[in-house]
Design a protein around this ligand. Sequence first.
Ligand SMILES: [Zn+2]
Length: 186
Amino acid sequence: MEGNHRYVHGNMKRHDFSADRAALAKGQNPFASILSCADSRIGPEYAFDAGRGDVFVCRIAGNFANPEMIASLEYSVAVLSSPLILVLGHQSCGAVDSTIKQIKNGASFPGHIPSLTEALTPAVQAVENQPGDLLTNAIKKNVVLTVQKLQAAEPILSEAVNQKKLKVVGGVYDLNTGKVELVSSE
Ligand SMILES: [Zn+2]
């Protein structure tokens, strides 16, 4: 969050990529893992003013946890000892918006895109009748549901959470300000 504060206020550190590269050839020791949307406007390393080797980033449109994403995060926790997973949603997420259009207007999408909207359907349905903006609510709900799914993912992540070696938290990135607002997982 300190890194995000630097990013929001334009006080980023100077990153020496060539020195980092040489040091990192020997190994990695990320202080956090991030499950982010693939949206090109996000850039998790930028958003937290992080360098190479700092954050273990898994990205998929709609930032949900399929088995391959869980496996990647398991690796970051079990092998690299990452103590934190952040599920990072964002304002105006196209994947969540497409899911809303499918549910509300019966829109259909080509190729493999329905596999994304299928995965995001529970989040949209959970907030469908809530007051406020449906897209904003669904983006938040998707983050919360994904946090809960990762916390409960057996055997590796759930055990690390129980042993207090791992925290799973959620946040939403604001496209205008660059600020990440943490989301309560209640
Ligand atoms: Zn998105």
